[in-house]
Unconditional design. Structure first.
Lengths: 502, 332
């Protein structure tokens, strides 16, 4: 059909998509060749995942045209896309932990016997075979949820890889994998590409991975496609400059070179954690946070750092261990206790900490109502306080009555921070503080965190993104499989050091 | 860009109001139907009837509004109302022909015992839901049985008639031609509205119902708020039960069973979201009138009495569909 030697399998024309008032994709032109591995890179929130979800039929409401094998298509569901040979492995696991490994591999397309019953024997054998091709020796009858998160992700990969899809989209497939697992994965991708001519789209913020595996690389920034180039001609610095734009030297450094860590002159710690355990999430965790410092806790996804953060805020209870704030021992039965002890918390998902249908000022005042009033609400006072925080933090729009859902991710994060600005906490725990934000919002959040630090608040940054940790922390500890396995203080540190330690 | 954004926000505002507007339209529609179909419906006397008929439901629905706004449910309030009504009769001197081993106390103490009873039952609900972590649907289902059991043990199949004078006055007396029970119901709705709208606790109820996880991450004591709502629900039910005994003139087993569906229907038909966080007492008031007009109006028109139950069910279903549909429109 197409006389060109490099056959275009999928072409996107002028794709635009917005969520609420936020433009996520702006007239993007994208093409995928048959038998290529095409990497997408860009900051969080740049639009990579949104574009892939459009291709995979997850987002069905968009402007523009999609041409698959020469025919215009418009998918109405992920199932519909899969029927056209497009499969996607999502960043968040889409597996069923309570089912067996084999059932997960065959989720949605179980083999059946002549009588229409599920062919259990065939399924177990097939799953074993397919997992072996990924270099995995797993018991297909075992419960998926009992496996470590990295292996669970490989099982999901196996499902999509072997579902027969011709185009396979991988959204951050390596973030929870160990280096040998990544090598196996890359070998499988290469083999499927060369032997079967399948095409892959590979989203990753691990630029080393991208350069190692991709044939072509496309860079996104703020919902626009900035460049598409053959990978062989590129290097890391070039990609990073396209990703964050020119003129952000400081931020660029956290990607490319080492940054200095400098501990503060330490008197007594604000927060002291000793032997904190909660099986199976984390075990025997001890650390201290000093006033005026930012402690980074870095680790791969699923290493227990999010659970640790929740235990610090009383959302979940540790089995064992001690905590003290300003030398006073404390144990939290609920989050209100933790707040009273001077601990503030911002979780990794803004949806789980903000009230989408409420105006900004109520989202800010919710944590401090008991300080404003005893019984009767004082909305005027709430608005006044919110106006102050909106000004200080640079929230857009500059309107305390705006519904939260209308704000962009970065501004929502500022609202979440604003909540803790009236009654200053002793310790602020933030999970993934800059996930899904554009560069400007990211720099604002870094600035706010540093201001809080300078006021003597102890800040804990929990993140799976090395750049985030490096852009804020004075001191870093690294977690692996629920334990603290290393620490960095008073030295130069680069992204590679963190990756190697985790 | 600005134009479409403004258009979108107007649209979403209108959709947001759908949950408030739809019940009102339903009410106006029902009133219009009954006015046309029955000459005896649109009279002052009948309006007074409707108010009297919805008064007990209104007191229960006030408490239930708190519970449903928290995205919880209480299935035990009608049984708690029954128990409380029976307790107040149990501690009042009965006529000699009433064969109940009752313990006569002065009226004030009987009332106190009844109120303690309903609050205790509410606290058990709260403990089960917040401390043990039983879903409220199951916990209050169990409480429904427990309360019914206590009622059964106290009256043992008998009927008690006497209640303290204060309860009798408030339940069946009038002041200047207005039934006390209507005044009490209006008072409960008013106080409920003030608590929900103007107090810190009320704000917490809406925030916990709107996004429980977010409330927890904001350092709100979510268990205290949910527990509080369940206790308020039981207290309202208890008061309704006491006054109801005086209103009906007797205390007996299963006296309030019909109120379970009626009060839940009133809250939800009024537009308070079953998923929590949206709605309130004004919605409940509309819902009460929808229910009241429907129950009363069907008695005024000449149709098969067996068909009436079906019609009532279908109209309630339609209102519930609107409730869930309004929720979905907002979610998009």
């Amino acid at each position: 059909m197409n006389p060109q030697p490099e056959r275009t399998l999928l072409r996107l024309e002028a794709i635009s998509k917005s969520f609420g008032g936020v433009q996520a994709l702006n007239s993007v032109e994208f093409s995928l060749l048959a038998g290529e591995i095409h990497a997408l890179v860009g900051e969080n929130g740049a639009g990579k995942s949104t574009l892939m979800k459009i291709i995979a039929g997850v987002h069905t409401d968009y402007d523009g045209r999609m041409i698959l094998r020469g025919d215009e298509v418009r998918f109405h569901s992920a199932r519909n896309a899969l029927d056209h040979g497009i499969g996607m492995v999502h960043q968040e696991l889409c597996t069923v932990p309570d089912l067996s490994v084999a059932e997960n591999v065959y989720l949605g397309h179980q083999p059946t016997t002549r009588f229409g019953a599920i062919d259990w024997g065939g399924m177990v054998r097939g799953a074993k075979e397919q997992l072996a091709r990924l270099g995995l020796d797993l018991d297909p009858k075992g419960r998926l949820g009992d496996l470590p998160i990295g292996l669970q992700q490989l099982v999901e990969l196996a499902r999509v890889l072997f579902s027969g899809a011709e185009i396979i989209i991988l959204d951050e497939p390596t973030s929870a994998l160990s280096p040998p697992e990544i090598e196996t994965l890359f070998a499988v991708l290469q083999r499927l590409k060369e032997e079967e001519g399948r095409s892959f789209v590979f989203i990753s913020h691990f630029l080393e991975d991208v350069l190692a595996i991709a044939d072509r690389i496309t860079v996104f920034r703020n919902g626009e496609l900035v460049a598409t180039e053959a990978a062989a001609t590129l290097d890391k610095k070039w990609i990073i400059q396209r990703m964050i734009g020119l003129g952000h030297t400081e931020l660029e450094e956290t990607y490319t070179s080492a940054v200095p860590l400098k501990s503060v002159a330490a008197d007594a710690p604000i927060l002291k954690v000793e032997g904190l355990s909660r099986r199976p999430d984390f075990e025997d965790v001890s650390f201290e946070v000093y006033p005026g410092e930012v402690l980074g806790i870095y680790g791969f996804m699923g290493c227990g750092q999010l659970e640790l953060a929740r235990a610090l805020f009383g959302k979940i209870r540790p089995d064992r261990g001690r905590m003290s704030v300003d030398g006073k021992p404390c144990s939290f039965g609920n989050t209100a206790d933790a707040k009273d002890a001077g601990i503030a918390f911002v979780p990794e998902s803004r949806r789980s900490m903000l009230f989408a249908d409420q105006p900004v000022f109520r989202n800010m005042s919710i944590s401090i109502l008991e300080h404003i009033d005893r019984i009767w609400l004082k909305p005027a006072r709430e608005r006044e306080l919110a106006r102050g925080h909106i000004k200080d933090l640079g929230v857009r729009p500059n309107d305390e009555n705006a519904l939260l859902r209308t704000l962009s991710g970065g501004n929502q994060q500022k609202v979440a921070l604003g909540r803790w600005m009236t009654e200053r906490p002793r310790v602020l725990v933030m999970c993934e503080p800059t996930r899904g934000m554009d560069v400007g919002a990211k720099e604002d959040v870094v600035r706010i965190v540093h201001e809080l630090r300078d006021q003597g608040i102890g800040v804990i940054i929990v993140s799976t993104e090395p750049e985030t940790v490096l852009s804020m922390a004075n001191r870093v500890v690294v977690m692996r499989k629920g334990a603290i396995v290393g620490g960095f203080a008073n030295r130069m540190i680069a992204k590679d050091d963190l990756l190697a330690a985790a | 860009m600005n134009d479409t954004a403004a258009g979108r926000s107007t649209r979403s505002f209108m959709l947001g109001q759908l949950r408030n507007v739809a019940p009102l339209v339903t009410l106006i529609f029902l009133v219009a139907i009954f006015v046309i179909m029955s000459p005896s419906f649109a009279t002052m006397g009948n309006f007074a009837n409707i108010l009297r008929q919805i008064a007990i439901t209104a007191i229960m629905a006030t408490g239930l509004t708190f519970v449903i706004l928290c995205a919880e449910i209480d299935l035990s309030f009608a049984a708690i109302a029954n128990t409380t009504g029976i307790v107040v009769a149990f501690f009042t001197l009965q006529e000699s022909y009433v064969n109940i081993a009752n313990v006569p106390l002065p009226g004030a103490f009987a009332i106190l015992m009844a109120i303690i009873t309903c609050i205790l039952l509410g606290l058990v609900n709260a403990y089960g839901v917040t401390k043990i972590g039983i879903p409220s649907f199951i916990m209050t289902l169990a409480m429904m049985q427990i309360a019914a059991g206590i009622s059964a043990l106290l009256v043992r199949g008998q009927i008690a008639y006497a209640v303290p004078q204060l309860v009798r006055t408030l339940g069946s007396g009038n002041v200047m031609g207005v039934p006390w029970i209507v005044i009490i119901a209006a008072l409960f709705l008013l106080v409920g509205h003030i608590i929900l709208t103007y107090t810190r606790f009320g704000r917490y109820v809406y925030m916990v119902g709107g996004n429980r996880e977010a409330a927890e991450f904001s350092g709100v004591n979510v268990k205290l708020v949910v527990g509080g709502a369940l206790v308020i629900g039981a207290f309202c039910a208890g008061v309704a039960g006491m006054l109801g005994v005086a209103y009906f003139g007797s205390a007996q087993q299963n006296e309030f069973d019909d109120y379970l569906l009626d009060a839940i229907a009133a809250v939800v038909v009024g537009g308070t979201s079953l998923f929590g966080g949206k709605g309130g007492i004004p919605n409940t008031i509309i819902g009460l009138f929808v229910l009241g007009v429907l129950n009363n109006g069907l008695d005024h028109i000449d149709i098969d009495s067996f068909l009436k139950v079906l019609i009532r069910g279908l109209i309630l279903l339609a209102a519930l569909v609107i409730n869930v549909y309004a929720q979905r429109l907002r979610a998009d």
